[in-house]
Ligand binder design. Structure first.
Ligand SMILES: *Cc1c(COP(=O)(O)O)cnc(C)c1O
Length: 355
C-alpha cells in the first residue's frame, strides 16, 4: 500500500532526494568510497557544502553581508547560541508555543527577557496581536511556525528592532525578506534535510557585540570564519540538504513552494471546515500552512481513535496530533504532494459517510 507521510519531523522528503543520498552513501561521485567515509575537507566534499550554501543564498535571496552556516546541535542549541551572541542587555520574545518558550528560557541566562505577548492561556491557539516591542531591545525573537499548535506568522514583521527567527518548520516555504533579520535558524529535519544539521543565516556585522566571552564552538564568528568547518560538520545531512535545495530550485524555488503550500492548505482546511466530524483548532487567520491541526467535533469525540485507525489503514502516516493539542495534525512540508492531501481528504470523506 502506498504510504502518505504526514509526520511533523523528521518528515517527508522527495523520493529523488532520498535516492540520491542513498547512492552517495554507497558510492560518492563514483570515487569508489562512501560519502560517510571521506574527509569533510576533501576535494569531493567541499563542492557539496559550497553548493548548499550558494543555493540557500539564491533561493532566499540572502543579501550581501550575511553568512550561511551548517551546524550541529539542532534548533535547540540555537536557543542558547542566539542570546550568547546577540543579547547585550535586553531581548524581546513573542511567546507562541513550546519552542518559543524554550528559546526564552535560555535567553534568561544572559540578560533581561521581555515577553511582548503570549497566547499560552489559550493553549497557543492564536498568534497574539497588538503588542509593542521595547525600542531598546537588542532583538525580537519570533517562532515563525508553531509546529505543535499549527499557527504561523507567514510574513516578515515590521517592528522597530532587529528580528531573529526560529524558522525550523517553515523555512524555504515562502520568500523571506532576510534583510530584516540579524539571524534566522532552522533545524533541518522539517523542510530542508534529515536530522543532524541546523542551518543558520547570520548578519556578519551584528556579531561580536555581546559583552561576554563566548566558548569557541558557540561563537558564530568561529563558524563564519571557518566556513562551517571548524570541526567535522554533519556531512550526510548537508549532502541531503544540497540535493533538496536543488530539488526545490527545480520546482521553481520558494515562490513555487509557497504556491504549493497554499494549494495543499486549501484542500485540507477546506475539508476540515466542510466535514461535520471535524473542526480546526486555531484561529483561522493564524492557520499554519505547514502543520494543519484539527480535532473531532465535540459530538463525535469518541470516534477519534477510530478515525486514526481508519486513516492508518488507508496508508496515512503521522496524522496523530501532538499530545499537548490532541486530535490530528497533517504536516504538509515542501515535499508533501497534492495527491497526498487529496488522499487524506478522501479518507475524511469516507469516514464521514460511515458515521
Ligand atoms: C522541531 C523544532 C525545534 C527543535 O528542533 P531540534 O532540531 O530538534 O532541536 C525548534 N523549533 C521549532 C519551531 C521546531 O519545529
Amino acid at each position: 500500500m502506498k504510504k502518505y507521510n504526514f509526520n511533523a519531523g523528521p518528515c517527508i522528503l522527495d523520493r529523488s532526494v532520498i535516492e540520491k543520498t542513498a547512492q552517495a552513501i554507497l558510492d560518492f561521485n563514483g570515487i569508489g568510497l562512501s560519502l560517510a567515509e571521506i574527509s569533510h575537507r576533501s576535494k569531493d566534499f567541499q563542492p557539496v557544502i559550497d553548493e548548499a550554501e550558494a543555493l540557500v543564498k539564491e533561493l532566499l535571496e540572502v543579501p550581501e553581508g550575511y553568512s550561511v552556516l551548517f551546524l550541529g546541535g539542532g534548533a535547540s542549541l540555537e536557543f542558547c547560541m542566539i542570546p550568547y551572541n546577540f543579547l547585550k542587555k535586553k531581548a524581546a520574545y513573542l511567546n507562541t508555543g513550546v519552542w518559543a518558550k524554550k528559546a526564552m528560557k535560555e535567553a534568561k541566562l544572559f540578560g533581561e527577557v521581555v515577553e511582548v505577548a503570549s497566547s499560552a492561556d489559550a493553549n497557543y491557539t492564536f498568534i497574539p496581536k497588538g503588542w509593542t516591542v521595547p525600542e531598546d531591545a537588542d532583538y525580537l525573537h519570533i517562532t515563525t511556525n508553531n509546529t505543535i499548535y499549527g499557527t504561523e506568522i507567514r510574513k516578515d514583521l515590521d517592528v522597530p528592532v532587529r528580528l531573529i527567527a526560529d524558522m525550523s518548520s517553515d523555512i524555504f516555504s515562502r520568500p523571506v525578506d532576510v534583510s530584516k533579520y540579524d539571524a534566522i535558524y532552522a533545524g533541518a529535519q522539517k523542510n530542508l534535510s534529515m536530522a543532524g544539521v541546523t542551518i543558520v543565516i547570520v548578519k556578519n556585522d551584528a556579531l561580536g557585540q555581546a559583552p561576554r566571552e563566548i566558548p569557541t564552538m558557540l561563537d558564530y564568528r568561529t563558524h563564519v570564519e571557518k566556513g562551517s568547518m571548524f570541526n567535522t560538520p554533519p556531512v550526510v545531512p548537508i549532502y541531503t540538504a544540497m540535493e533538496n535545495l536543488r530539488w526545490m530550485k527545480a520546482q521553481g524555488g520558494v515562490k513555487a513552494m509557497d504556491k504549493l503550500a497554499q494549494q495543499r492548505a486549501e484542500i485540507v482546511y477546506g475539508e476540515i471546515d466542510r466535514n461535520k466530524l471535524f473542526r480546526g483548532t486555531v484561529a483561522e487567520e493564524d492557520r499554519s500552512v505547514m502543520n494543519l491541526c484539527f480535532v473531532m467535533n465535540d459530538e463525535y469525540k469518541e470516534l477519534e481513535k477510530d478515525f486514526l485507525d481508519f486513516a492508518t489503514s488507508k496508508g496515512m502516516v503521522g496524522v496523530k496530533g501532538h499530545r499537548s493539542v490532541g486530535g490530528f495534525r497533517a504536516s504538509c512540508y515542501n515535499a508533501q504532494t497534492i495527491e497526498g492531501c487529496q488522499a487524506l481528504v478522501a479518507c475524511m470523506k469516507e469516514f464521514e459517510k460511515l458515521h
